[in-house]
Design a binder for this molecule. Structure first.
Ligand SMILES: Cc1cc2nc3c(=O)[nH]c(=O)nc-3n(C[C@H](O)[C@H](O)[C@H](O)COP(=O)(O)OP(=O)(O)OC[C@H]3O[C@@H](n4cnc5c(N)ncnc54)[C@H](O)[C@@H]3O)c2cc1C
Length: 388
């Protein structure tokens, strides 16, 4: 039987970060993961360059029943702390857009930095190891034998991308020890449409446009039309707020001015079709889609102010009703998770189970697209690492 001070379940971003901190404090630490290598999501994130944090970390960028819960950890281990860590390790990075920081080279550099730091601090890592059961006390039953530990940190992530080994196992442990779970659902995920709507949208597949998308929150970023529906950063962001049955409202020309432009074209080029007029401001295929929805056959010169106002409404306030999402298969994150009311914000320890901690994505804290989720993993891992 293996005996350690701290056993950490999951060698993802949060688990590895916690292991480094705890081991540096002199605790004996064992990290267990079923995967064959650690930090797989770091490796594939951000198109292989890992959007590892964001310059603008605020409570508003996190979705949770209590978005302020995350602030304690986020303020004690900040984006600047992680940036300093990257600089010390000699990993170069750049800001892409909206405060999002990416590696200049491969995301593997971050995985290597974390595994090296774990090793140097003396933390053990068991890979290819199934975690079968966690018993009070604590005893962790694994495919490599029994592990006894004073403290258990659950860092098994959410349900997103089962093909990469996501299991939702952390929620089971939480429930087993009497913690509540805020309902989980896929987030940062493409939205899908019913066949009837798709018939009209499918010809747009491949079109990308900067748009303002409104659901529970408003996002202005690129929208991508796909064969299944809608994707792109603005849609992924909106998907975390969208609820089944809700309509999505898109402003396809967020700079505004559609109505004034159409009126001017009515004067200057009265013979052109409305589709031609729209194509001056929108991608051709999108102009055709709007035109088909309007069903206007006459040229722009024959249109009344009211008709132009209808065209404008479709461009600035296009209503589309998704039927669902692509689900956990492609979702970048899992919304919901271990109820923050049952955790101490400073240490991430369960309020009613001494020695049991939950960090990273398994907790009901989900960031926007843009490096927020990794910052939560670093910050929550760091906070628990000081306490275990
Ligand atoms: C395609 C993709 C791209 C992303 N890009 C970004 C990005 O650029 N920026 C950003 O901020 N966020 C990004 N994210 C989100 C980010 O990856 C996660 O929020 C973050 O990895 C969560 O860290 P974690 O340590 O909590 O969980 P994870 O990284 O998911 O780690 C959990 C670990 O636990 C292990 N595990 C699970 N169940 C068991 C079990 N039963 N037994 C043993 N081990 C188990 C898993 O194998 C895994 O190694 C992306 C996500 C995806 C899917």
């Amino acid at each position: 039987m293996e005996k350690v001070d701290v056993v950490i379940l999951g060698a993802g971003a949060a688990g590895m970060f916690c292991a480094i901190e705890a081991a540096r404090r002199g605790r004996s630490v064992l990290v267990i993961d079923q995967a064959k290598s650690p930090g797989e999501k770091i490796r594939i994130s951000g198109g292989g360059r890992c959007n590892f944090t964001n310059l603008g970390i605020t409570a508003e960028r996190f979705i949770s029943r209590n978005p302020r819960f995350a602030l304690s950890a986020l303020k004690r281990y900040t984006q600047w702390d992680f940036i300093e860590r990257m600089d010390q390790a000699g990993i170069s990075w750049h800001e892409k857009t909206l405060g999002q920081l990416f590696c200049d080279g491969s995301a593997i550099q971050i995985v290597n930095m974390l595994t090296r730091e774990m090793h140097e601090a003396g933390a053990q890592l068991w890979l290819n190891t199934q975690i079968r059961h966690v018993r009070a006390g604590f005893e962790v039953e694994t495919s490599r034998g029994l592990v006894r530990a004073e403290k258990v940190v659950v860092a098994t992530g959410g349900k997103s991308i089962p093909k990469m080994g996501a299991t939702g196992f952390g929620y089971q442990i939480a429930e087993q020890f009497g913690l509540r779970i805020v309902e989980t659902r896929p987030g940062l995920v493409p939205l899908t449409f019913a066949e009837q709507e798709l018939e009209h949208l499918r010809p747009l597949a491949g079109v990308a446009v900067e748009a303002k998308v409104r659901t529970g929150a408003t996002f202005q970023e690129p929208v991508l039309f796909t064969h299944r529906g809608l994707s792109g950063p603005a849609i992924l962001q909106a998907s975390s707020y969208w609820r089944e049955g809700e309509v999505l409202r898109l402003d396809l020309l967020p700079a505004g001015g559609m109505e004034a432009a159409l009126r001017a074209l009515r004067q200057s080029e009265p013979r052109i079709a409305i589709r031609t007029a729209l194509a001056r401001y929108l991608p051709e295929k999108l102009a055709r889609y709007i035109d088909a929805r309007l069903g206007i056959t006459s040229s722009i010169g024959a249109l009344s102010n009211a008709a132009l106002a209808d065209v404008t409404t479709l461009v600035h306030d296009l209503a589309l009703k998704p039927v669902g999402t692509e689900g956990y298969r492609t979702a970048e994150v899992t919304l919901g998770g271990v109820d923050t009311d049952d955790l101490d914000a400073r240490t991430l320890e369960a309020r009613n189970v001494a020695g049991l901690y939950f960090i990273g994505e398994v907790v009901d804290v989900t960031g926007w697209l843009g490096g927020y989720n990794f910052q939560w993993a670093w910050s929550s891992g760091w906070a628990a690492g000081q306490a275990v």
